[in-house]
Design a protein. Structure first.
Length: 267
């Protein structure tokens, strides 16, 4: 069933995206991805490294009749131009498409990796060339180390950024988000549920509350959810279509809960 999900513009890309997207790596079936897409989401994120390429292959099969309706993103972990070009060509082939809407430098979590990727002969050269050739529309960066990702965004080179953020991990608010505002970089969030760990604490709020929380921040365009549990994804999509925001009491309760889980070392 397709839900009427809220939409927004993904920063300077100008792309209209549903505020919930599909994250790759976890679903192993075409049917699982199709069921998630049937909810009405239009954003799909994967990577060359997910399940040794099987993720892109399965997604490619799942989107055969849907490609023109989707914003499709993938990533390369290569730091040199030649390696990134090989990754890009493989991703295009497995995904069954002649272009990617967003191609991302994957987990630039150290200064060394950032310098390699952005320097002479680095992966960024391939992405810029591919954009000129029409193989890539926009260029993004992803990672888990907030200060390092902030430095990447601060270069102004990236159209989008993907990072962790949830009610227990608020560090991006004063780092990545602040940098993104300066360059109108579209912010995509992963780990709203911290790999499902936030769903499992005592008296845990409903799963959709964690997604409402991250979407409430004005810097955030959308959040992706990996398909560890497809029925849960469908449930969250339906809930977000029904109601997007949180009231102040709900927000405070989520932050209290998240802080307790983090302090307990459960995240």
């Amino acid at each position: 069933m397709a839900y009427t999900l809220p939409r927004t513009t993904l920063g300077r890309t100008g792309l209209e995206v549903t505020r919930l997207g599909v994250g790759g790596a976890y679903c192993e079936t075409v049917e699982g991805y199709q069921r998630a897409l049937d909810c009405g989401v239009n954003y799909v994120d994967t990577a060359r490294s997910y399940r040794d390429g099987e993720d892109e292959k399965v997604i490619g099969q799942a989107i055969v009749s849907r490609r023109r309706d989707l914003i499709l993103a993938s990533k390369t972990s290569q730091r040199d131009a030649a390696g990134a070009r090989r990754d890009l060509e493989t991703s295009l082939r497995l995904l069954g498409t002649d272009y990617l809407d967003i191609y991302q430098l994957h987990h630039l979590n150290t200064a060394e990796h950032r310098q390699q990727a952005l320097g002479s002969g680095g992966a960024l050269e391939t992405l810029l060339e591919a954009r000129e050739q029409g193989l890539v529309r926009y260029i993004g960066v992803t990672g888990h180390d907030w200060p390092q990702i902030q430095q990447a965004v601060d270069t102004g080179l990236f159209d989008t950024v993907l990072c962790w953020y949830n009610c227990a991990m608020k560090e991006p608010e004063d780092s990545v988000f602040a940098a993104a505002r300066n360059f109108d970089t579209g912010v995509v969030i992963m780990n709203a549920g911290r790999n499902d760990k936030l769903f499992k604490g005592p008296a845990a709020p409903a799963p959709e509350q964690f997604y409402r929380y991250v979407l409430d921040h004005p810097a955030v365009a959308l959040t992706i959810m990996g398909l560890r549990d497809v029925p849960r994804f469908v449930h969250v999509a339906a809930a977000l279509a029904e109601r997007g925001g949180l009231d102040e009491d709900e927000k405070a309760a989520l932050e209290t809960y998240g802080a307790a889980r983090r302090a307990a070392g459960e995240l």
